[in-house]
Design a binder for this molecule. Structure first.
Ligand code: BGC
Length: 375
């Protein structure tokens, strides 16, 4: 009897070893380093469906994300590096980063609240991008709590950090559910009137990061309008209907089908790099903003949010020069970002929804990335 049980267990074990190749996970020790007097670490989130995500508290970044395909084979679908030094030595492309205090651009790095004028770091030509030179993507976040499927992080950004007013306390939770959703929940409070627009900057390739193109991915964006930009990628303030433009993704469309269109907006972004005005019934509810389907693997990514906008960026500034995880490279237009957000340069556009946060208010933002397969 004992032998039979042993044989049964052995068969199950061998079967589980051979049926689904499991890529080696990242070595957490390669993230052990002290930065700004704090310990950098790599944390792993797992669910019961075979999904596995690693996150580092440096920049609150998503480092890897193993997602099963239609045959149950897992691939790492986000860009990143195998070690903390990989991030520190590479050109900043914000792989997997938590972005703050202000995601995307603020024109000339300037804005006013009431009579007070503020000047931010200009790190993108004359504009300020993704929170400035030392934004949240490069800060040490504190770990508040960690369980198998959840990581809570905290960051206190001091008054005038990168030029932004007020001491801002941010809490961010990554929660992996058994429905293969990663729920990202941001909350923040500030002791002075300030502006805020947090987001996540993961680059996805549903073939697997470093496994080729995204131009065959079929994208849907639930938006009738986008915010057109000038040559420095600052919104003009208008809302343009997507109809009859290369920006119409109201029905599933391969990303590559119109990316080289003779279109001024495509030229300014060198491809897609644009904010969409999401169709919403109310301001508050989390609803489906966008979805991406990759037919070969069957992987489907859906993005839900309560924010008014989403930035669709096709990695037009990537050059593939810095080897990523397992030596793979991430070249021009091989990854896509779907960043849930308020509109770029809102502090200087009175017609856009406000991004001001007053001391009696709480900033709250939910972004859900949900994976499934379609055969
Ligand atoms: C922006 C791009 C920028 C990129 C930086 C995106 O959110 O829209 O213009 O180059 O971030 O990696």
């Amino acid at each position: 009897m004992k032998t039979a049980i042993f044989q049964f267990i052995l068969v199950i074990f061998l079967f589980s070893c051979t049926s689904k190749p499991v890529p080696p996970t990242i070595n957490p020790q390669a993230f052990d380093k002290v930065i700004d007097g704090k310990q950098v670490k790599l944390y792993t989130l797992k669910n019961q469906k075979g999904m596995e995500i690693t996150v580092t508290n440096w920049g609150g970044r998503i480092v890897s994300w193993l997602v099963p395909d239609k045959n149950g084979v897992r691939e790492d679908v986000v860009f990143g590096y195998d070690s903390i030094n990989g991030y520190l030595n590479a050109k900043e492309n914000y792989f997997g980063a938590s972005i703050g205090r202000y995601g995307n651009r603020i024109a000339k790095g300037e804005f006013s609240i009431g009579d007070i004028h503020y000047k931010l770091a200009q790190n993108n030509g004359v504009n300020s991008l993704h929170g400035g030179v030392n934004g949240f993507s490069k800060k040490m976040w504190d770990v508040v709590q960690k369980s198998a499927g959840e990581l809570s992080l905290k960051l206190v950004s001091p008054d005038m950090d990168e030029g932004y007013p007020g001491e801002l306390s941010v809490s961010m939770v990554y929660r992996l559910t058994n429905d293969n959703e990663l729920v990202i929940q941001y909350d923040a409070k500030c002791d002075k009137p300030t502006i805020i627009n947090l987001t996540n900057h993961s680059y996805f390739n549903l073939h697997g990061a470093g496994n080729g193109t995204i131009l065959d991915h079929q994208l849907t964006i639930n938006a009738d309008f986008f915010t057109p930009i000038d040559s420095t990628l600052i919104p003009t303030g208008e809302l343009t209907p997507v109809g009859n433009t290369p920006f119409d993704f109201r029905t599933p469309t391969p990303i590559g089908s119109r990316i080289n269109s003779e279109d001024q907006q495509i030229r300014f972004g060198l491809g897609y790099d644009i904010n969409y005005v999401l169709n919403k019934k109310t301001d508050q509810n989390v609803s489906l903003a966008a979805s991406v389907f990759e037919p070969e693997s069957g992987r489907l990514l859906e993005v839900f949010t309560d924010q008014p906008g989403i930035q669709f960026y096709t990695g037009n500034f990537l050059d593939g020069k810095y080897p990523g995880k397992k030596g793979k490279t991430y070249g021009y237009r091989t990854g896509l970002c779907l960043e849930t957000q308020h509109f770029p340069n809102s502090p200087n556009q009175p017609k856009f929804p406000t991004v001001q946060l007053d001391p009696d208010q709480v900033y709250a933002h939910t972004c859900i990335y949900k994976f499934s397969v379609k055969k």
